[in-house]
Design a protein around this ligand. Sequence first.
Ligand SMILES: [Zn+2]
Length: 89
Amino acid sequence: MLMTKQRRPAIRTRRGWAISVLQEAGAIRECDAHGWMLDRADPHARDRAFDTARRDPPQGMSAHDAVGAVGEVLDGIGDTCLECSQQVD
Ligand SMILES: [Zn+2]
């Protein structure tokens, strides 16, 4: 019997998918030091991310939900890393 191959987990969550879209569009980035997601405050990049969500929503998600997921992630991301700002003395 062949073992069931473990497929690399695709993007498993709605939030994870939205983050990947935002990263690809360049709308968010990770803090180099801490890995937190940071909003780059680039309206064009945001537009690209929303556009991708609308045109290419993940399987099982409507375009409307996909756009909503991207918006939720953006809402929850600040433009400064909390840990970096705490270290500034
Ligand atoms: Zn940081």
